[in-house]
Ligand binder design. Structure first.
Ligand code: CDP
Length: 209
């Protein structure tokens, strides 16, 4: 079984995906980390993010064994990832790995922007997780401050709005809910509430198959 979770920045996809996967005994892939890792390779080599060929090369040669590196989760890397993720050859290069991951047994949870629309269009469960930009900025601010980053709420809110705009309006694999996705607005839900709501959707689906 594949559970596809999509949604905008800091909507809680990652937390939800991990909890669902742990609960169900499924594998979990935060696909945003792939794009963050590609951006990190470029920045590490002093290559500008506007170099599409270098970005595509970095994606083709990506070492996926370091996706848990803490620096990938920083605010700057999220912004950089959103720049290089708009390049089609970068997306193409990362597709096979994501699809392979989706075929893991007994199941896999993938979260990102285009999982239900492009990566796993046949996923049995598709969730689209949203929350207001203000609530997402509040959560991300808390997360980054806890990690020791010196950022203001206003900076995060501006970053989230800019990234939403870029992710929604790009020509390739834009952020949008799949036609058959169930939208879950978590503005007034905490992590537990979001998990319970998502699990109810998954259980309903599993009881039908
Ligand atoms: O955690 P957060 O939502 O802030 O970001 P992320 O999921 O790590 O994604 C970082 C950036 O990578 C996003 O702004 C997207 O531009 C891009 N991304 C994408 O294009 N497709 C995906 N499947 C996942 C991320």
């Amino acid at each position: 079984m594949i559970i596809a979770i999509d949604g905008p920045a800091a909507s809680g996809k990652g937390t939800l995906g991990k909890r669902l996967a742990d609960h169900l005994g499924f594998a979990h892939l935060d696909t945003g980390l792939l794009y963050r890792a590609v951006a990190s390779v470029l920045l590490g080599q002093g290559i500008p993010l506007t170099d599409r060929d270098a970005a595509a090369d970095a994606a083709r040669n990506l070492d996926v064994s370091h996706l848990d590196a803490p620096d990938l989760r920083g605010a700057a890397m999220g912004e950089s990832a959103s720049v290089i993720s708009a390049y089609q050859p970068v997306r193409d290069a990362l597709l096979a790995f994501q699809r392979q991951f989706g075929s893991l047994e007994p199941g896999a949870v993938l979260d990102g922007r285009d999982i239900g629309t492009v990566v796993c269009p046949d996923a049995e469960v598709k969730l689209f997780i949203t929350a207001t930009p203000e609530e997402r900025a509040r959560r991300r601010h808390l997360e980054l401050v806890r990690r020791g980053e010196d950022v203001t709420y206003e900076t995060i809110l501006t970053d989230i709005r800019r990234r939403d705009e870029r992710d929604i309006n790009r020509a390739t694999a834009p952020l949008k809910a799949a036609a058959d996705a169930i939208t879950l607005d978590t503005t007034n839900l905490d992590a537990d509430g979001a998990f319970q709501a998502a699990l109810a959707i998954v259980d309903r689906k599993r009881s039908k198959t």
